[in-house]
Ligand binder design. Structure first.
Ligand SMILES: Cc1cc2nc3c(=O)[nH]c(=O)nc-3n(C[C@H](O)[C@H](O)[C@H](O)COP(=O)(O)OP(=O)(O)OC[C@H]3O[C@@H](n4cnc5c(N)ncnc54)[C@H](O)[C@@H]3O)c2cc1C
Ligand SMILES: NC(=O)c1ccc[n+]([C@@H]2O[C@H](COP(=O)([O-])OP(=O)(O)OC[C@H]3O[C@@H](n4cnc5c(N)ncnc54)[C@H](O)[C@@H]3O)[C@@H](O)[C@H]2O)c1
Length: 445
């Protein structure tokens, strides 16, 4: 029977880092994935999405400038955008495996499960380890409705050969919003069906509502406060049935995506056989990212119950787990993390929403504005730009920053530095930025 010091489940951002660094630190390490190596971000998430988005951004720029220096509205070739993304990400699985093997990690493929607290079984063979790391990420949340089998999930987006004529997204969170903007620019007729009363619910309502308005303006159909009840196949098309306060409705389309959220990918592991406690939000861990019921188990990345499912946090957790395995005791401290939906325009935020700041009892100023008439927005002939910044009165600390705009992702990075450094609002305003730039807009916010 093969025996390891450390055995890692999952080869995404979190798992591959822990496995590789443990091996480089002299541990005997094994790793397994039940799909290709590389994880969600590189294969079915952030990276291929942003690579494809480059074409949609170029289209948007060209369309906005048509008649203002550009002669014709550019045309999106969805299939070519898809191939462009593939070109960059398709080598990652083999490169990841090669890198791990070169560093001495034993690489496995398939579905393994626990038989006891130190033993797993893979294809009838048993493997043991002193320490286990669970880094299996998330998977699409089942809808639990008739006809669910007709839905595609986020990973399938990257296998689409062309933009469907009409598409329904069930769920208007990050994935539904981002994909709907990409397909809308690619010529699809897009509908989002959201059960809540706000798109991008955890986001600040001011900017989320602006995103909703910008999306509608673009021709995206958004149905809120609606519960999808079933999906039927009708020839090559699908009928999505949904209920609202005024009764039941239906919509017919070519493609339906389930973008109603993601849940921890743990069922297949049979963690109960190892007495490892899981909750709805993942493997239950303490501040060292160590299982609360089995000290020789760690969890990091999306699958740990301490995470927000974002790549930079998965990396951060992986570093904490590595240090704890190497006996350099480190507690995981939840950082202030910026996050953005890569819609066109971007919509994102960092820190508290206005509601959260009020609940926490802060005394703060609100700097809020529709900035669509500002120079940088007008320069690219874009329509939508808005922000809401919350600044605590006594300390002048930025409590939260929320931006909808072409360069919101980068502007929020500046706020991330400001908040990490504890910089005062008046000191920020006294900083010199390049001019005229989106960063410089912060001085007028
Ligand atoms: C469409 C989409 C877009 C996204 N865009 C962004 C973005 O722009 N920015 C951002 O910060 N985050 C984004 N995310 C989130 C980001 O991808 C994740 O936070 C990140 O990939 C998590 O890394 P991880 O290592 O924890 O898990 P993953 O990368 O998901 O890796 C888990 C690995 O475990 C494997 N696995 C699962 N179950 C088992 C099992 N039973 N046995 C063995 N292996 C198993 C999986 O195959 C996978 O390879 C996006 C996610 C999606 C779905
Ligand atoms: N740009 C980024 O950073 C990025 C992009 C994509 C995904 N992600 C990460 O991946 C995670 C998952 O994204 P997601 O979009 O799947 O989840 P999400 O939680 O962001 O959105 C799911 C949405 O579906 C709605 N919903 C749930 N059940 C529904 C139903 N039955 N009918 C209609 N609507 C329903 C929810 O109210 C919610 O608005 C995110 O939390 C995020 O952390 C990040």
């Amino acid at each position: 029977m093969e025996k390891f010091d450390v055995f890692v489940f999952g080869t995404g951002t979190a798992g591959k880092y822990v496995a590789d660094r443990c091996a480089r630190n002299g541990k005997k390490v094994g790793i397994i994935d039940n799909r290709e190596y590389g994880g969600t971000c590189s294969q079915r998430g952030c990276d291929p999405k942003k690579l494809m988005l480059a074409s949609m951004e170029a289209y948007e720029f060209g369309k906005n400038m048509t008649g203002n220096g550009i002669n014709n509205i550019p045309e999106i070739d969805f299939n070519a955008a898809h191939k462009y993304a593939k070109r960059y990400v398709s080598d990652i699985p083999s490169n990841t495996e090669e890198m791990l093997k070169n560093d001495g990690v034993a690489c496995y493929h398939g579905d393994a499960h626990f038989v006891d607290e130190h033993t797993i079984e893979l294809d009838g063979e048993q493997i043991q380890s002193d320490i286990f790391v669970i880094a299996t990420g998330l998977k699409t949340r089942p809808l639990g409705i008739p006809g669910e089998e007709f839905t595609l999930e986020s990973g399938d987006f990257f296998a689409l050969q062309e933009a469907p004529k009409s598409v329904v997204f069930i769920g208007a969170g990050y994935i539904g919003m981002e994909f709907s903007h990409m397909l809308n620019r690619s010529g699809s007729r897009v509908t989002l069906i959201e059960r809540d009363n706000q798109v991008m619910k955890p986001f600040e309502a001011f900017t989320a509502n602006k995103l909703e308005a910008a999306s509608r303006d673009q021709g995206i159909n958004i149905i809120k406060n609606a519960q999808v009840s079933s999906i039927e196949k009708s020839g090559n098309r699908f009928i999505v049935n949904y209920a609202m306060e005024d009764g039941t409705h239906q919509i017919t389309c070519d493609t339906v995506f389930n973008t109603a959220g993601r849940v921890p990918s743990v069922d297949a592991l049979k963690l109960e056989n190892a007495n490892v406690i899981t909750t709805d939000s993942g493997v239950k861990v303490n501040e060292y990212l160590q299982s609360t019921s089995q000290p020789h188990f760690y969890a990091c990345g999306d699958v740990s119950n301490k995470n927000l499912p974002l790549t930079p946090l998965s990396s951060k957790e992986a570093k904490v787990v590595l240090n704890n395995i190497l006996n350099k005791k480190e507690k995981f401290k939840f950082p202030t993390i910026p996050s953005v939906a890569f819609t066109l325009p971007n919509c994102g935020g960092i820190g508290m929403t206005e509601e959260e700041a009020r609940e926490a009892g802060h005394d703060f100023e609100i700097h809020e504005r529709d900035a669509s008439d500002w120079f940088n927005n007008q320069r690219i002939n874009a329509k939508h730009y808005a922000f809401k910044i919350l600044v605590e009165k006594r300390t002048e600390q930025v409590l939260g920053a929320h931006i909808l705009g072409h360069e919101a992702a980068e502007q929020l990075n500046i706020f991330a530095v400001v908040m990490k450094a504890g910089m005062k609002w008046s000191d920020l305003k006294d900083t010199i930025f390049t001019y005229p730039s989106w960063g410089n807009d912060i001085l007028s916010m």
